[in-house]
Structures are given as C-alpha cells and as structure tokens.
Design a protein around this ligand. Sequence first.
Ligand code: MTE
Length: 337
Amino acid sequence: MLIKLPKASDCNESEVTPQSVYLSRRALLGGSAAALAVAGLPRWANAATASQYAEVTPSAAPAWLSDKIAAAQWQAMTVPGEAITPFKDATHYNNFYEFGTDKGDPAANAGSLKTEPWSVVIDGEVGKPGRYALEDFMQPYALQERIYRLRCVEAWSMVIPWLGFPISALLKQVEPTSKAKYIRFETLKDPQSMPGQRSNFALIDWPYVEGLRLDEAMNPLAILAVGMYGRELPNQNGAPLRLVVPWKYGFKSVKSIVRISLTSEQPKTTWQSIAANEYGFYANVNPAVDHPRWTQARERRLPNTLFKPNVRETLPFNGYGDEVAALYQGMDLRKDY
Ligand code: MTE
C-alpha cells in the first residue's frame, strides 16, 4: 500500500510548535546558520523548526550513525496541527520495565545499558539468517524522520519525531520463506545492566517480546528506529534499536532489540502472557474497546498539569486508519483487541 509522504513544505512549522517556544527560540537564534551549526541541529533546520529540538541534549552517537542521521530525509511524515512533545517529557516519562516501573526510572537508571558494541540476530523462517553488528545491520538503510503520535494503553500520548527505516526494507533483505507469517522481536536480557530484570517482584518473564503479523510489518508506517529529535535514541527510549508502530498501543513498540525472528506461529508476547484479557496481540488503538479497568475513548496529551489536563478524544488506529484499516478487514476488533 502506498502512503503519501508529505513534503516538508506541506507542514507549517508555527502549527506544530507552541508559539511561545517558537518565538523565543527564533529570537535566540536569529535564524543564523552559524547558530544552528553550534546547536548541532539537523541540516534542514531553520530558526522555526529548531524550536522543536530546543532542549535536545547533546548526542554521543558513533560516527557511522551521525553520518546516517546527517543524511536523513527530514519530516518524511508529519502530524500537522499537533505540537511535537518537548524532548524533556519524551525522555523523562517512560515505560521501560527493565529499568524500573516508575515513569522516571528509565531516565534515572538506563545509563547502565551499554549500546556499543551491539548486535542483532536474524533467524527463523528466513533465507538469510545471521548475527550482524548494528552498523552492518543498518548499512543498507537510509533514515527518514517520521513524526508520529504515540498512544500508550495507559491513556497518555505524545508526538515524537523518530528517525528510522521501514521494516519492509529489512524484510526484503532477509528473504522470508513461504512459511513466515509473523515477525517476533526480542529485547536484550542482561540483568547486570538492567536492574528491573534482577527484581524478584517482576511479573515479566524476560526478555520482553513483541510481534506483528507479516502484513502489518510490511505496512509503510511500521519502522525500526535508531533515533529521535534529530539524534540517536536515548537509552531510556530503547537505544540502539526499537520498533515503532504508531497505530498500535505503545507496548507493541519493543525497545533495545537484539533478535528478530520470522515465525510461522503467532508469537507469545509479553503483555499477553501477563494478562491476555487486558492486552491483546493486535493492540490497535481503539476508542470503542475499553481496557477492562479504564476507558480508551480519551487520552492525556503530554505535557499536562492538574490545571491543564490536555485531554483529547482518542482516534481509531490513533488517526492512521486510512493507512492501516484495510489490514483488519473482516476481523472483529472487539474480539481481536
Ligand atoms: N520495551 C521494553 N523492552 N520494555 C518495556 O517495558 N514498554 C512499552 C514500550 N516498549 C516497554 C517496551 C510501553 S508500555 C510503552 S508505552 C513504550 O515502550 C513507551 O515508549 P517511550 O518510553 O519511549 O515513550
């Protein structure tokens, strides 16, 4: 299926940036190319777009990744009219149970994760299995910036500018066999660097596992990300490689991936194993199907406060129905939640 990738010119930056931030950053930078270079911003950035990356902390990406990021196709997809979530919120309000269960735990604890060297295993129903150093794994793919909504099953949401590449490109490389029907993703298991995996109270049978049907993975919206906000992924957001499927609840977006397997059977996923009546395999964002313990009709868009709750209606498929609804034709999404 083809999706229309809007040109950067389709997107009015003053629409996607809070006006106060936009104006103050504009005044600060004065539109000067030199100032942008100093700030280490993406090549395309001008004073207005720079505001979205205003508080991005400096990166320490390896040279191969910095080069890839510099060559990225910027704003390949946007969400016009919705502000990008400030970097501080996107990196300090996280779910990454390997580093603790409080929202601030991943930012506080994920520094212990060593992302270099990193390798990814490709196995199962593929013509080209193997273990690849991340740099070699990434070699064939050009990066695109995809600005997507992220809707957590807990009913909060953000808008994040990811840097990644379509999973369809990976599938072309690894040559799935005719038996391949699903794709399974596995997070690193390393209790030494992941304190949550050492906890005796953890409900999770590590490693964290997620999966997609093959046609879902082939959808052009489904990407593997190595960066966000114009830099590499911070550890708490799933460095160095994570899944992003914007029409599904956030728990499908498995972080810090070390293994990708093509399978003939539907993989058993982490949250399904914990509570199958609450978290399904599909996990498509669906305001019509409530979680057994809370409504999914609305969401809290971060940042928010007690006095500015910033609540909005949740959209079917998180607003990506035109691109993905056809994948589920004939299915009862109340049953296959
Ligand atoms: N991946 C792993 N390995 N462990 C996790 O606990 N949490 C998931 C998902 N990926 C999780 C994970 C959940 S519940 C959500 S909402 C998103 O990551 C949150 O991504 P973010 O912290 O980058 O916003």
